[in-house]
Ligand binder design. Sequence first.
Ligand SMILES: O=C(O)C1=C[C@@H](OP(=O)(O)O)[C@@H](O)[C@H](O)C1
Ligand SMILES: C=C(OP(=O)(O)O)C(=O)O
Length: 410
Amino acid sequence: MLFTLHKSTLLETLPNIVITGSKSESNRLLLLQALYPELKIENVSNSDDSEVMQKALASTSNLIDVSHAGTAMRFLTAFFATQEGREIVITGSTRMKERPIQVLVEALNALGADISYLENEGCPPLQIKGKSLTNDKVTLKANVSSQYISALLLIAPKLKNGLELTLEGEITSVPYINMTLNLLNQIGVKTTFENNIITVHPLEKLNQQQQVLTVESDWSSVSYFYSIVALSPVGTKINLSYYKKDSLQGDSVLASIYTDFGVITTFNENSITLLKATESQLRSIDCQLQNAPDIAQTIAVTCFGLGLSCHLTGLHTLKIKETDRLVALKTELEKLGARVDITNEALQLYASAQIKDSVSIATYHDHRMAMAFAPLALKTNLHIEDAMVVSKSYPAFWDDLKSIGFKISE
Ligand SMILES: O=C(O)C1=C[C@@H](OP(=O)(O)O)[C@@H](O)[C@H](O)C1
Ligand SMILES: C=C(OP(=O)(O)O)C(=O)O
């Protein structure tokens, strides 16, 4: 579905926006709940990716389709590898069949799993024959995707002797690994992470009869509101729930990054207030995003909308996400009149004073392409192709934008 975003200004008084739970926290906790059914989860994400996860864990079918959900593919591969006596095929969208999973499959097979490729070597679909995993030590590459590491950590406390993971190479997306370890700790699992070695101790049952964990709202989703506030006049203020200062989500680094754009974050009891306090004092932004790859698109588009240049680095994982996000960003920003250079791990945007009117932005089955470009409607008219792609992480995105004054028609 093509959405037309008419050039808009925000309402004078903005409603509080409640954003759904983090899909990263939700998908970890859903997997842990399958292993420890006493666990209760509050504020679970209503994203497609978390629904896929819930359905797959409840399914008795021998064919599991995770569609576009990367975390579900990786976490469920580890989960089904440990389900003795169960044989399944796990598959996904056309793009999912191109997203590599070899590092995880090799690590699981080295631990004693029985996983094989059904189409292309190294990618889904996979055939998994569930077994009891007998080994407890494995080494794997840590520079491709942290999701492989989180997948292994999540099943680790149910392995007889726990797990010792040795990570090779530069570790990417570290906050996501720490999030996994923190959630394990919260349910009573003992872990250590020193240098490049992670250990997880076994835990048969939760200590308390019942444990309730509450998912914080999604920080990647709030990035689009940081961009909206950055592109709005000084004095613009918006409140978003439910957020806390000591977040497990690495994308909470937004609060610090957006000070460069004049946006100040105030942490309230369980919400944040974003205020455009000043115009950006900088002409150019430099950001290393190895620990927060999902906000790269948002930051690049904010810079373009403000006529700033930016140099974003640490982006080597962007090529294997929902689409090759570096190529997609370059192509779509250039349609709007930008000049962009990309390498395998970096993006350079050159400052440009003008934004072309009524351009149609392609989204490449990538929710973040649609959501990152939408704030530009504060500067120009634009079209967003396949706009419902946002439901992968944030189904209420367009309704929330309408509620603050965006004029959107189908
Ligand atoms: O573990 C997670 O929940 C995620 C880890 C990151 O992936 P990589 O480790 O592949 O960069 C991130 O981009 C993704 O959206 C969610
Ligand atoms: C990369 C993402 O998700 P996944 O890898 O889980 O598909 C994302 O949400 O930006």
